[in-house]
Structure formats: C-alpha cells, structure tokens
Design a protein around this ligand. Sequence first.
Ligand SMILES: [Zn+2]
Length: 320
Amino acid sequence: MNAKDFNVNALAANEKHRLWLDIDGWQLPVLCICGASAGPRLVLFGAVHGDEYDGPEVIHRIFAQVQPDQLCGTLLMVPVCNVPAYEVVQRSSPIDGANLARVFPGNPRGGITEQIAYWLTEKCIRGADLLLDIHSAGVAYDLPNMVGWTHSDAPHHQAGEAAARVFGAPVVWAHPAPVPPGRSLSAADGLGVPSLYTEAPGGGRVSPETLSLFVNGVTNVMQYMGMLAGKPTPAAPQHELIGNGNLDQTILSPCAGHFRADVKLLQDVRFGQRLGTVYDLLGNELAVLTAPADGRVILLRALHRVKVGDGLAQITGVNR
Ligand SMILES: [Zn+2]
C-alpha cells in the first residue's frame, strides 16, 4: 500500500499484520500487533542506519513472541527503516547520500531519505505513546549495550527516562535537552512523544547477549506501559553516564591510515591521555589522538582502516 494510505488505527484488532509501505518505489517493511483490547501505542524502529542489525533481529523476535490476545494496545514496528542503506550494508543512503538520523521530521517532496523520515514521523511517531529507536555501532564502531534518553524536567522527557530505566541496560546515558536536530527522537520531541534509543556493539552481527538483553528490555517496557501482564524486572545499571555538550565530542581522524585504539570501551580517561593512534602501513605514527576532557570512553572506532574525518572515539561524562 502507498505509505500515505496507511492508518494504524484502521488495522483489525486482535491480529498480527505484515505490511509493505510504498515510498517512491521503495518498500518499507511494517510489522504491527494490534491487541485484543485498546491501550497505548509503542513504536519500535530498527536499522535507521543501514548497517545496524540489532533492530531487525529484536523486532522479528518480539513479533513472533507477543500474541495479540495477550496484548493491550498496539505494537507498531519497522524492522528496517533505511531500506536503501540496508540493501548495500551502509550507514547512510546510497541514493542521496543522506543520513536518515539527521533528516527527521523529513519532507514528502525531498529525496528518498527525507521521504522515509516524513512517513515514519507521520504514520508511526505521530500519535504514539513511546518511541524506541534501536541503533547499534554498525560495522565501523564499537559501543556498549546501552540505552539513552533526553534529560529535562519536561513531562515527555521524564516519561522517556522512566521507560529507559525500566529497559534494564547495563549502561544508561542521559543527554541534557535539547535533542540535537534531525533524529527520530527530535521528531518525537516535536510531537511531545516520549522517546529513548539503544546502542549495542554492532560489527555486522548481533550477539546472543545483546539479543536477549534487548528482547527483555522491550518486554520490560511493554509491561511498564501496561501492554503486557507481569512486572518489569530490570537489572540495575553498571554505568550512569551523562552527555554534556562540551564533553560530547566525537574525535575525528585528521588523516587516512590504520587506526589502533590504546584504551578500552568504558575506560575512565584523563584530559590529554592517549586514546589511539593512526599509523601508516610501515607502522609509523601519523597522528596521536588524545582525550579532549576527563571522562569515560563511550565509543571507539572498530574498523582499522580510516579516512580523513572518520570518527575514532568519543568521551562522555559520568553521572555518579
Ligand atoms: Zn545508528
């Protein structure tokens, strides 16, 4: 069906639905479970970046596991949002070069990436009670299993934080408002919809640990929202991080070469500490990366070959 004709509220209750939404010749996969009784709408997005597979893996399992007669409300899921980028195992679209996570709320008359963002915003996020956008480190980076949210006293930010804490990730990361522009979370923010996102190690695969953690996390959130029976049982976080605008700097490679990290993920570092090195193919140092501030390492480049401007590492603050 054409994306503009899709109306989640018109789908039959007490049923599972598999749909393709046509957007300018591309087919967007949609999985929806409409519960036996009315209730909240939870929206899950996967593969907003085309080389992140945690979203589709988690969403397919949740779709198989949750039965409509046990569900109160609507579970609306898009296992792969960035279909053109997914097709070529890339973070961004090969058609227009755009990063889907930078163009929300999109534009129905823009390129394919902006059109996808527009229809995801209008048909999924608008009217939702919560958005969970499942990301991972993709093929080039390494990140811990974590959940993040926008932090402020606004009711929809507080609701996002409450859901994020119920998810039960070992690393939790609060980002002081405002939300940076272009994200699915910014589109949700603009509509007053609470939101959260996940990250995971990525690497072109999904570990059994991440899969189990995220399926449990989504189940916890659904129980918390009253969509499924039972009480959520989140584990306590091991790392409480806070992203502050001054500390949140992805350090970019000043040159092309072969990158090797000198620190580990979630290691505490001091200002000026060596984080990694870019070498030439004879092993000569081309550039040494140092920490721009005290903090904890939240992201590292995993793919050794780097070009000028590739992200190599990111440091963030520690909440407690
Ligand atoms: Zn991503």
